[in-house]
Design a protein around this ligand. Structure first.
Ligand code: HEC
Length: 406
């Protein structure tokens, strides 16, 4: 062996253990970068007063790391703007099976609750109670169409409509609503009953000036097939397998402490099931898991709004303007203004009628030749979303698009 080769061999031998170490031993984690909502008690707030904040510190302490919070409200686009965007690495709470992220083993399970005044003679225990048809019912909503929280689905399946919606998942302003609004509405009699995700209910019911009753909904709904109970875990990006493994072992080691924190926040807990996967996804439809308080579902726009956007940019934009603004034809109105409350406040029926039948004498074509009523309804939904302002100009995303871009 010549000298060079000997040297090389020695160097390799020396280097080998180091290489093995680097590959085998986990890198020390100095920062636990947590995704958190700045204004969402009892889950989290920017004073770190929520249970997610407390749990984050337990986890960080166990891993010898420090908590670095990345604040982003749990609103439309939250996943893209926080964990999936790489701004933070851990969601302290994610329903098991939430597709866009990988979830750890669960550390608690809860369900939805009826909440009503204790002294008004009400005794609601079931969604099939006929009295529900006569009550003013509040639910947390994600979209303006009331369609994506489990209680709203379940009530809709029973023909109970006209719900009062709380929460403002579509408004980017984190303070646009208060997480306790729905419970305060019950306490102040502006609604008769609310159906609320357990942790949100448990915490805020205790903080009202009048006694409120909480009654649990079943694990799932026989009529609509909606799940009501969810097992909650931590969420990481799919590729962060090492971090997920660490969190799994922290959850094992610190289960007692974590449970104690949840109890301190009056989180009503069910027994954990061994496996509960896919519970946040039913029939291809996005179901926002647990309450608008912690909806970490990736709903961006619904399929129907997406379709509406497509129709609009095939047929309508050349007169009414791209993104339903800045009309191209001088006498074609800005359709956002046509639908807005501060504008013409055009009702849905009139919009659909005009779109289908047109106004030949005024230069508005009749679209029934090309479009059916379903397409016109989608068009209305799109323009309404633009008019309400939460849907920004440009190509909207659907949940399925988000998954593809991961
Ligand atoms: C060739 C141009 C043109 C196209 C394409 C067009 N519109 Fe119009 N639209 C008009 C004009 C012009 C008016 C105003 C008619 C009037 O003055 O009464 C109008 C009015 C309307 C109105 C009634 C607004 C109001 O204030 O009364 C609706 C709703 C509407 N359009 C929807 C649509 C939809 C939906 C599409 C696409 C499927 C579309 N339009 C495509 C020209 C167009």
């Amino acid at each position: 062996m010549n000298r060079t080769r000997a040297k090389l061999a020695a160097a390799l031998l020396l280097a080998a253990p180091a290489v093995v170490l680097m590959a085998g031993a986990p890198r020390p984690l100095t920062d636990l970068r947590v995704c958190a909502d700045p204004f969402d008690l009892p889950f989290s707030n920017d004073q770190e007063q929520g249970f997610e904040n407390k749990i984050a510190h337990v986890v960080a302490q166990d891993l010898n790391a420090r908590v670095v919070n990345y604040w982003w409200p749990s609103r439309r686009g939250v996943l893209r703007n926080s964990i999936l965007g790489g701004f933070c690495d851990v969601m302290i709470q994610a329903p098991v099976g939430l597709d866009p992220v990988a979830t750890t083993k669960p550390y608690y399970r809860s369900t939805y609750y009826f909440v009503y005044r204790a002294n008004h003679g009400l005794q609601v225990r079931s969604l099939d109670d006929t009295i529900l048809k006569h009550l003013k019912i509040g639910v947390n909503i994600i979209g303006y169409d009331y369609t994506n929280t489990p209680p709203a689905h379940a009530l809709g399946a029973r023909g109970i409509v006209g719900l009062v919606g709380f929460g403002n998942f579509l408004n980017p302003d984190p303070k646009a609503d208060h997480p306790d609004d729905i419970i305060r509405a019950v306490a102040s009699d502006s609604i008769d009953l609310a159906i609320v995700w357990g942790p949100l209910a448990g915490y805020w019911v205790k903080r009202q000036p009048v006694p409120l009753t909480m009654a649990a909904l079943p694990d799932s709904d026989a009529v609509s097939g909606m799940p009501f109970a969810f097992s909650m875990a931590m969420g990481v990006r799919h590729r962060d397998k090492e971090l997920k493994a660490r969190l799994d072992s922290v959850i094992d080691r610190r289960r007692g402490e974590i449970t104690a924190i949840l109890q301190e926040y009056s989180v009503p807990m069910l027994e954990l099931r061994p496996t509960t996967t896919g519970s946040s996804q039913r029939g291809g439809q996005a179901v926002a898991a647990p309450g608008a308080g912690s909806p970490r579902d990736s709903l961006l726009v619904s399929d129907s709004i997406y379709q509406g956007w497509k129709w609009f940019h095939v047929y309508c934009f050349r007169c009414h303007g791209e993104d339903a603004m800045h009309p191209v034809l001088p006498n074609a109105p800005d359709l956002r203004w046509v639908l807005s409350k501060d504008g013409k406040a055009y009702p849905r029926d009139s919009f659909e009628y005009t779109a289908l039948n047109g106004r030949a004498d005024k230069g508005m074509p009749a679209w029934k030749v090309l479009l059916d009523t379903a397409a016109v309804k989608e068009l209305y939904q799109y323009v309404k979303a633009r008019s309400d302002g939460w849907l920004k100009p440009g190509r909207p995303h659907r949940e399925s698009d988000l998954k593809k871009s991961q």
